[in-house]
Design a binder for this molecule. Structure first.
Ligand code: ATP
Ligand code: MG
Length: 556
């Protein structure tokens, strides 16, 4: 991977040192999503980081579902996350793991803490618990339950597990320090009651471990050497270390924090993305306007471009906001180098080649790519063609420099075909141009035109009889505000009402047979991808991935 030729980031430096000093003999990382939504671009950078480090240092990376919260989790998220990781080009070590498969161990460890006098069942409701915990200025208050004996706590916890208590009526808490300056250490909840089926364990449990009680122990069970997580967990680290010190764990992972990837004009919160889906602002998690991995995939992003973007944002210890145009640059660059070319006409103007008999088809050939060896394509040249309305003008005063297309009575070259001359302009009763009549100049395919024939430039064209009509879904940014969810106002107010415009276009015939997810540059129009779900040769559908103009490359 390209990470090898970049200066190393702080995590790589830590790992290099650990390996050199024999702190570890090989590294083991993991990507631990909660299956409560589809993965977004921020997760993608975390995937690239964790799997990328394992790749770079010849270690392993697990995929583990942190599924301790059955209320919000669903199998469809489990499935989509696996698909996304694979699509990005990574393979996890061994089987997919689930925190839920360690529930028995977590339960034993909770009992272990009770036996050691380090955990107790608390019958306060959430409100009183929060009050009695105090805050930064106020120390917590000890309640009677905290003083209960080990035997009583064991019995109470067993009742919790047996379903004898209602949800929210009690929880198991660690007995650490109600005065601790770090709020996470003030007797955090270890287990809560949730009378809810779980997508993996069914109805086996009605108590579930808290995220904090589970997360570090999952890493310990799996032998994770470097637990990489985002900065908001820095304050949880002392708690995770407390668990590791106080439990009979088989291995001691170490946690390192890095800054989340934030992007302007983009929402990277699953909860808010879910709202866009639930309230039908988009067609689903895979809508091409969504910053989800599967949305970006459907939009035409390639795994290489997302990995490149991840490299570009790098790994940092302080929060920042990356520019969306960096992501756009990554895909544009990839497609510019690798995507086959094609011609599409969005605003068709009919051209009749009067010196070509009806029914005659001349086959033109054009390279699939201007510089990469991708082979050739065939373009049928026929009597009736389409060019773009914007490529013709009756204004004969325009200079050759200013207008390099077809002017009434003049010459232009059709890309990969003949030079043509405009002879006549046909209008309707309102004076609107209906079609134009032209003649081709023989011998000009791939050859310079004869003396006196001076085409102004080269334009796109498609055969009217052999070309295919396609649906183009022209996507624009979904959110118009640079920091859509940072203000007082609801982020929904920043939704772009024009984020999708559906157009019809004529394309060269071969494009209708494109495989779903094949990306192209439609010359002069932009980068497009055959829609993953809706495209077929009978009803071709292309999504606009990104326009041709790069705004980011100029800034750097
Ligand atoms: P969200 O806020 O979108 O719900 P999350 O952290 O709750 O995100 P998880 O499923 O827990 O979602 O995330 C899995 C992993 O991805 C975690 O290790 C988390 O640190 C990392 N991650 C989540 N969001 C980002 C981000 N924006 N940038 C980098 N890593 C992220
Ligand atoms: Mg999380």
């Amino acid at each position: 991977m390209s990470t090898t030729d970049k200066p190393s980031n702080f995590l790589e430096q830590i790992i290099e040192k650990d390996l050199a000093e024999g702190v570890v003999t090989s590294i083991h990382t993991r990507f631990p999503p909660e299956p409560n939504g589809f993965l977004h671009v921020g997760h993608a950078t975390s995937i690239c980081l964790n799997f990328g480090l394992a790749e770079k240092f010849g270690g392993q990376c697990n995929l583990r579902f942190d599924d301790t919260n059955p209320e919000k989790e669903e199998q469809k998220y489990v499935d989509s996350i696996q698909e996304d990781v694979k699509w990005l080009g990574f393979q996890w070590s061994g089987e997919v793991r689930y925190a839920s498969s360690y529930f028995d161990t977590f339960y034993e460890w909770a009992v272990h803490l009770i036996r050691e006098g380090k955990a107790y069942v608390d019958h306060q409701d959430a409100g009183s618990m929060a009050r009695n915990r105090g805050d930064f200025k106020t120390p917590g208050v000890e309640t009677a339950d905290r003083k209960r004996s080990v035997e009583e706590n064991l019995a109470e916890f067993e009742k919790m597990r047996a379903g004898e208590y209602e949800e929210g009526s009690c929880s198991l808490r660690a007995k650490i320090d109600l005065q601790h300056p770090n709020m996470n250490m003030r007797d955090p909840v270890l287990y809560r009651i949730r009378k809810q089926s779980h997508h993996q364990t069914g109805d086996k449990w009605c108590i579930y471990p808290s995220y904090d009680f589970a997360h570090g122990q999952e890493d310990a069970i799996e032998g994770i050497t470097h637990s990489i997580c985002t900065l908001e967990f820095q304050d949880h680290r002392p708690l995770y270390e407390w668990f590791i010190e106080n439990l009979p764990v088989p291995h001691k992972p170490r946690q390192f924090e890095f800054a989340r990837t934030n992007l302007n004009y983009t929402i990277t919160s699953k909860r808010k993305l879910k709202r866009l889906v639930d309230e039908n602002f988009v067609t689903g998690w895979e809508d091409p306007r969504m910053p989800t991995v599967s949305g970006m995939r459907r939009r035409g992003y390639t795994p290489a471009s997302i990995r490149k973007f991840s490299d570009m944002v790098g790994v940092s210890r302080t929060d920042g906001i990356a520019d969306i145009s960096m992501l756009e640059h990554a895909i544009r660059d990839d497609l510019n180098q690798n995507a086959p070319r094609g011609m599409a006409v969005l605003n068709p103007l009919k051209v009749v080649i009067t010196n070509l008999p009806e029914g005659e088809v001349q086959e033109m050939t054009a390279p699939m790519h201007p510089s990469k060896e991708l082979g050739e394509r065939t373009l049928p040249f026929t009597r009736e063609l389409y060019i773009d309305r914007g490529d013709f003008t009756e204004d004969t005063t325009l200079s050759r420099k200013k207008f390099k297309r077809l002017v009434k009575g003049e010459y232009v070259r059709l890309r990969s075909a003949y030079v043509i001359k405009n002879d006549e302009v046909i209008k309707d009763e309102n004076g609107e141009i209906v079609e134009i009549h032209c003649s081709y100049v023989p011998g000009t395919v791939g050859e310079n035109p004869p003396e006196g024939v001076k085409p102004r430039g080269v334009i796109q064209w498609v055969s009217a009889s052999h070309g295919k009509q396609v649906e183009l879904r022209m996507y624009d940014r979904l959110l118009t505000h640079e920091a859509p969810d940072k203000g007082e106002e609801d982020f929904i107010t920043h939704i772009n009402p024009n984020s999708l415009e559906v157009k019809q276009a004529w394309v060269e015939p071969g494009l209708a047979d494109a495989a779903p997810e094949q990306g192209f540059q439609f010359e002069r129009e932009g980068y497009f991808v055959a829609d993953r779900y809706d495209h077929s040769p009978e009803h071709p559908v292309f999504n606009l991935t990104i326009g041709l103009k790069d705004t980011w490359a100029k800034k750097v």
